[in-house]
Design a protein around this ligand. Structure first.
Ligand code: HEC
Ligand code: HEC
Length: 391
């Protein structure tokens, strides 16, 4: 592989200039492929992690005793491995303004597992019904480009915060935090800081596989599970499984933007992009953030067209359901719009069948922007939707 030569080589000074102003490079891959420019060792890491991501786990590996699915790929599979899905996770928490958020982890919250393994079922352990509390239903997001999102420095997110709304634009926004106080950016409550934590957490919560990073089975049965319900001793799998899966997700390329071929439609999408900025959608859905320096060259100092500030915003009572370690029930992380064209249902609960409906359900801090959308002439509203369809 040669760099800097061939028909597309540019003089160095021009390359420097272009890299400051050019939009993020279009990535020439199908959804689910690796980032461009990986080394052979990184590609092999990607492949190992991908196999573990797609692996179907059994009781003999430690699956369960209660779990949602036996493979990551059951939920993150549309339009292919590493994608999203429409089947929702059921979650339950309780929240009081004085006491804050209770994730109910010792009583079968926050994630209510929908299946029990055969040995557990034989001993009377059934799927969870979940404790009393407020329920929420969450769709699996696409995982494409998550390594780029992880590589955006915390300082960038902190610099976008405006908790007291000092610029008086009606939009505040604050960083999420994980249970140990680190800046969070993954999951809709921005409660997870790294892909390693997300991998370990998902293995335990979704599959019932404990790891040295997440060594405790989440028990909901009074007094613990009966012996034999979950025969493999904790931790059931090694940390290297979580690490390999994290590397796979880290190296997944973002889907290439899909601009229309038809020149008229292309002009319409460009007009839509302008309207998006003009009516304040981009205040939260920040079009581009830049990664910090990273040991993986393909993740280092790259622009990421994520269309999110990764901050929590109060979206009003209609979207409110469960709380998070640092999020109230009505606070949600600005949804990443990168990969939007691969989605078929919208908003965290997947209840919006169209982009129009998703915009209509914006309230709270996003009410002004939503009202400005409603006030746009019809042609511009259509243009904005056409623009969203290219992401
Ligand atoms: C039963 C379905 C299901 C299974 C199985 C599942 N997930 Fe998920 N995943 C979800 C849902 C639902 C969310 C969103 C939860 C939220 O926003 O709070 C999610 C979110 C994530 C995120 C955060 C993405 C982001 O941008 O915020 C990552 C990373 C992730 N899952 C990785 C995994 C891995 C790795 C596995 C396998 C070990 C896995 N998931 C198994 C349903 C699932
Ligand atoms: C105050 C911040 C804020 C503003 C302003 C805002 N959004 Fe959002 N947007 C969010 C949040 C938070 C979510 C996630 C809501 C959820 O998951 O239920 C979201 C979700 C979305 C989604 C759904 C994506 C998906 O995959 O489910 C779309 C589409 C969207 N916004 C477009 C827009 C457009 C267009 C505008 C301008 C009219 C806009 N947003 C203004 C915060 C904002």
């Amino acid at each position: 592989m040669s760099t800097g030569s061939g028909p597309h080589a540019l003089p160095l000074a021009l390359v420097a200039l272009v890299s400051c102003t050019a939009p993020p490079e279009a990535v020439p891959t199908r959804p689910g492929g690796p980032l461009p420019g990986l080394t052979a060792a990184q590609l092999s890491r990607f492949q190992t992690g991908r196999e573990l991501f797609m692996r179907v786990w059994g009781v003999e590996d430690g699956l369960g005793p209660v779990y949602n699915e036996n493979t990551c790929n059951a939920c993150h599979s549309s339009p292919g491995p590493g994608g999203g899905g429409v089947e929702t996770d059921e979650k339950v928490t309780t929240f009081t303004p004085a006491g804050g958020c209770d994730l109910l982890t010792d009583r079968g919250g926050a994630n209510v597992r929908q299946q029990a393994t055969p040995p557990a079922a034989a001993l009377g352990v059934s799927r969870e019904s979940g404790p009393a509390g407020t329920r929420g239903y969450f769709t699996p997001p696409v995982l494409y480009g998550r390594g780029l999102i992880e590589a955006i420095p915390d300082d960038v997110l902190l610099s976008l915060e405006d908790p007291e709304d000092q610029d008086a634009d009606g939009v505040s926004g604050r960083v999420g935090r994980d249970a140990s106080g680190r800046v969070g950016r993954f999951l809709r409550k921005a409660s997870v800081a790294t892909l390693r934590d997300a991998a370990a957490g998902s293995l335990t919560v979704e599959l019932g596989l404990t790891t040295p990073l997440s060594p405790r089975e989440q028990v909901y049965v009074e007094g613990g599970y009966p012996p034999g319900a979950d025969p493999v001793p904790e931790p059931e799998i090694g940390a290297e499984v979580a690490d390999a899966i994290a590397d796979y997700m880290r190296l997944l390329a973002p889907p290439a933007p899909d601009p229309p071929d038809d020149p008229q439609e292309l002009a319409q999408a460009a007009a839509g992009r302008e309207a998006f900025a003009e009516i304040g959608c981009g205040t939260c859905h920040v079009p581009v953030l830049v990664t910090g320096s990273h040991e993986v060259q393909a993740l280092s100092r790259k622009p990421v067209a994520l269309y999110s500030d990764l901050l929590l915003h109060d979206m009003g009572p209609e979207l409110a359901d469960i709380c998070g370690p640092a999020a109230t029930p009505s606070e949600l992380r600005t949804e990443v719009l990168m990969g939007l064209s691969t989605r078929t249902r919208f908003m965290h609960d997947g209840r919006s069948p169209t982009l129009w409906d998703a915009i209509e359900r914006h309230a709270g801090e996003a009410a002004t922007s939503r009202d400005a959308f409603r006030a746009l002439p019809e042609l511009r509203r259509h243009a904005l939707i056409r623009f969203l369809e290219t992401l």
